[in-house]
Design a protein around this ligand. Structure first.
Ligand code: SF4
Length: 235
């Protein structure tokens, strides 16, 4: 099996969602079925970068994760792009045999049987500001596929009031899913500095908005890696 891999890096900390702060090696898959207006991973999405994606066997991917982690089992995060458009079942099997844990973040547009083999499945449906439209039937298929995973959560990036109201609807569709909200970062150029005050202001706005509604279901988190390293890649 050959996988298209944009980058493998780490260990570093997971910067988002339920595993925030956890030491992690990232396997970033190349290719995505979405084109979100504010995508911060275009190097793993647009076909113009395809020549930078390495065709790697399952074993080669696994050997690199093991090298980076020094053979110490930790969490491996499958990200992208959309990792769900490729078959990561063999990589997960190789890693689990050595005691590693696996997480995957995907928008929920493609359901895969290997979701059941994950420790953490983060389904991140994209709100209106992305310019994409969620197919909720396929999202439900993803939930079904992930039934065997240790935890399944929903994470939504919020840029504005429209996204916020959309997130409330999304939660109402799947109230059983732990929900993580994250303010969007409009500064996605890896070569441009981020403005920490602007990030804090967005986090403050979202927190105030949720509290004013008396809506206590979500956890509200920043993108920790952006606070530390800005938009730099591979950290
Ligand atoms: Fe980028 Fe994720 Fe949207 Fe794909 S789903 S375009 S990787 S933000």
């Amino acid at each position: 099996m050959t996988l298209r891999i944009a980058e493998i890096f780490g260990p570093t900390i997971q910067g988002e969602g339920p595993l925030i702060g956890e030491p992690t090696v990232f396997v970033r898959a190349g290719g995505c079925d979405y084109r979100c207006s504010w995508c911060d991973s275009l190097h793993a999405v647009e076909s113009q970068y395809r020549h930078t994606w390495a065709p790697m066997t399952d074993q080669a991917v696994w050997d690199e994760v093991r090298r980076l982690s020094g053979g110490q089992p930790l969490t491996v995060s499958l990200s992208g792009g959309n990792p769900a458009i490729q078959d990561f079942a063999p990589v997960i099997a190789l890693g689990r045999a050595e005691g590693y844990r696996f997480a995957c973040e995907t928008q929920g547009s493609v359901a895969r049987p290997w979701f059941a083999d994950l420790d953490t499945l983060v389904l991140s449906p994209k709100p209106p500001s992305s310019g994409e439209t969620v197919d909720w039937a396929v999202f439900a298929d993803c939930l079904s596929a992930g039934k065997g995973a240790r935890q399944v959560v929903m994470k939504i990036v919020i840029f504005d009031e429209t996204d916020y109201q959309w997130a409330k609807d999304a939660h109402a569709r799947h109230p059983q899913l732990p929900l993580y909200l994250q303010p969007g970062n409009p500064e996605v150029d890896p070569d441009s500095p981020v403005d920490p005050q602007s990030l804090a202001d967005r986090l403050g706005w979202l927190t105030d908005r949720v509290m004013a509604d008396g809506w206590f279901a979500p956890r509200i988190l920043p993108q920790l890696h952006v606070l530390i390293w800005g938009n730099k890649r591979g950290v």
